[in-house]
Design a protein around this ligand. Structure first.
Ligand code: GLY
Ligand code: MN
Ligand code: MN
Length: 463
C-alpha cells in the first residue's frame, strides 16, 4: 500500500473532473470455488485499489461531489465473526490509512443510495465484470441485471482511465519490483529446463520464487512447448530435445498489486537449432524495432505495423512469405504468423483497465479499431503519451489449423508460400515480451534486462 496522501491526491484529482453527483465504487467479494469457505485467493478490484487502497472483501465507497464528502462503507466484525476471521482493524482505522474521515456500515449502503436517488442525484458507477458485483449493484440500485451492465457512467469510466493511464514514478517503481521477481523466475526457468523434465516442474519452481517474495502470479502463466496455442494453461508436457518453450509469466507485487508481464522463448536443450535461430531473430528484430520507435505522439497502431513489417520481411527473406512486404501487411497476410496485437497497457491489472472497456482504454476519436483478422486483436492503438506503460510482445507461430484453413481457402497465395510454411508445422511459436515506459523523449525498457539475445540465452543455459 502507498502512503495516505497518495490516495487522497488521487481522489482529489478525480473529483475535479465532476461538477455534481455521486461516484460509487464497488469492492470485490470473495470469489467462491465451491461454497463460502472454499475460495480463490482474494484480489481487490483495481479501480477500488487505485483510489481506496484496501485489499479486502466487503467494502464499497462513495464520493459525494455536491457535498465534497468521501465515505468508506464496510463492516466491523462481531465477536462471533472474529472467531473465524481473527481481530482486524476497525473500519475507521482502515479509513485513516487512506485519508478518509467518514465511515458507514455496508448494510446501510442501499438506503444511502436510495436517499441520493430521492434527492435526484446521479449515481455514477464503473463497468462491472464479476457476476457477484453485478448482482450486488442490481440489489443496491433496485435495477435489473441488463440495465446494470449497460448503464455505467461513460464520463466516470473515461475519467478513471485518463488518470490511471499515466503512471507516476511510484507506480513505475512498483512495476519494476514485479519485474525484479520476473527476472528471477525467467532466469530460473531457463536454467532449470532440460529434456525429460515436465513443464509443471518448471512452473512449480517459478512459483516457489514467487511465494518466497510473498508475491503471486499476475495472471495464469503460459509455460508450454506448444507455443502456437496462444492461451495455453496446460503444463503437462514432458519437454524434449529440439523443442522451444514459451514462458509468458508475470508477478504481482506483495502489497501494492502492480504487475509485470514478460515472455521469453528458449530451447529446452540450451541450444537453438538453425531454424529456431532464424525465426527467433526475426521476432527479436521485430521487438527491438518496435521498441525503438516508441515515443510520445506516435500511435501504438503504427508501432504494431512496424513489428508486423519486420516479421513479414524476415519471413519473406527465408521464403515463407513472398511479394511486396508493405502490401502483404496492408492486406493482413502476416497475421497467419502473427495473429495477435503487439501489446497492451500494464499496471494494477496485467491488461490494465480492460474491465473498463478495451476500446475506451486503447482507442479514441482519432484511432478506431481495425476489423482485419490479426490487427483487430490489437488491444491498444491510440497515440502514446509520457507515463504510459505498455507491453511489446510480437510473435511468430505456426498454427496447423489456421495454415490449413487459409491454404484451403486460397488466401493470400500471392504473399504466402504454403508448401514452405507447412514444413514448419510442429515448430510451435516464439514470442518475446518486455514492459516499456513511454518517457518525455522516447521510452525506457523497465526492469533489469532478462537474457534475450540468442547468445545471452545460450550462455545462461550452459553455465
Ligand atoms: N500474458 C498475457 C499477455 O501477454 O497479454
Ligand atoms: Mn504476457
Ligand atoms: Mn502481455
Amino acid at each position: 500500500m502507498f502512503k495516505q496522501k497518495v490516495y487522497v491526491k488521487r481522489r482529489a484529482a478525480l473529483k475535479e473532473q465532476f461538477q455534481d453527483g455521486i461516484l460509487l465504487f464497488i469492492g470485490n467479494e470473495e470469489s467462491q470455488i465451491l461454497v463460502r469457505d472454499t475460495v480463490h485467493k482474494f484480489r481487490q478490484n483495481a479501480n477500488f485499489l487505485y483510489y481506496w487502497g484496501l485489499n479486502e472483501p466487503g467494502l464499497a465507497a462513495v464520493i459525494d461531489i455536491d457535498n465534497d464528502k468521501e465515505i468508506l462503507f464496510g463492516h466491523d466484525l462481531t465477536t462471533e465473526e472474529i472467531v473465524w476471521e481473527g481481530e482486524q482493524q476497525r473500519l475507521h482505522e482502515k479509513a485513516e490509512l487512506i485519508g478518509v474521515r467518514q465511515t458507514a456500515e455496508i448494510a446501510n449502503l442501499k438506503n444511502v443510495l436510495l436517499n441520493y436517488r430521492k434527492g435526484r442525484k446521479a449515481i455514477h458507477y464503473l463497468p462491472q465484470h464479476h457476476a457477484n458485483n453485478i448482482i450486488k449493484l442490481s440489489e443496491l440500485l433496485n435495477k435489473n441485471i441488463g440495465p446494470v451492465k449497460t448503464d455505467y457512467s461513460v464520463e466516470f469510466t473515461k475519467a478513471v482511465i485518463a488518470q490511471r493511464s499515466i503512471k507516476t514514478t511510484k507506480e513505475v517503481a512498483e512495476i519494476e519490483k514485479a519485474l525484479k521477481i520476473s527476472h528471477s523466475t525467467q532466469t530460473a526457468a531457463m536454467k532449470k529446463s532440460r529434456p525429460g523434465k515436465y513443464e509443471y516442474d518448471i512452473v512449480k519452481n517459478m512459483e516457489k520464487i514467487l511465494l518466497a517474495k510473498n508475491s503471486r502470479w499476475a495472471y495464469l502463466p503460459i509455460f508450454t512447448v506448444d507455443g502456437e496455442r496462444l492461451h495455453n494453461h496446460h503444463y503437462g508436457n514432458k519437454m524434449a530435445e529440439g523443442q522451444l518453450v514459451i514462458n509468458d509469466s508475470g508477478a504481482e507485487t506483495a502489497d501494492s498489486f502492480y504487475s509485470s508481464d514478460i515472455t521469453r522463448t528458449f530451447p529446452i536443450s540450451g541450444k537453438f537449432n538453425k531454424r529456431q535461430k532464424q525465426i527467433y531473430e526475426i521476432v527479436l528484430q521485430s521487438q527491438l524495432k518496435a521498441i525503438a520507435a516508441m515515443k510520445p505522439g506516435v500511435k501504438f497502431w503504427d508501432i504494431h505495423l512496424i513489428a508486423a513489417k519486420v516479421i513479414a520481411k524476415g519471413l519473406t527473406k527465408i521464403g515463407l512469405m513472398k511479394g511486396d512486404v508493405d502490401e502483404a501487411v496492408e492486406a493482413g497476410a502476416h497475421a497467419l504468423f502473427f495473429p495477435h496485437g503487439l501489446g497492451h497497457m500494464l499496471g494494477l491489472d496485467v491488461h490494465d483497465m480492460e474491465d473498463l472497456g478495451e476500446d475506451f482504454v486503447g482507442y479514441d476519436e482519432k484511432t478506431k479499431r481495425s476489423k482485419q483478422f490479426g490487427t483487430a486483436y490489437l488491444r491498444f492503438g491510440k497515440e502514446l503519451q509520457p507515463g504510459y506503460v505498455m507491453t511489446v510482445e510480437p510473435g511468430i507461430y505456426f498454427i496447423p489449423s489456421l495454415i490449413k484453413q487459409w491454404e484451403k481457402e486460397g488466401k493470400f497465395t500471392e504473399f504466402i508460400d504454403y508448401e514452405r510454411v507447412k514444413e514448419y508445422i510442429g515448430f510451435g511459436g516464439v514470442r518475446i515480451e518486455d514492459n516499456i515506459l513511454v518517457t518525455e523523449t522516447g521510452n525506457r525498457v523497465l526492469g533489469k534486462p532478462i537474457p534475450k539475445t540468442i547468445k545471452e540465452i545460450e550462455s545462461l543455459m550452459n553455465k
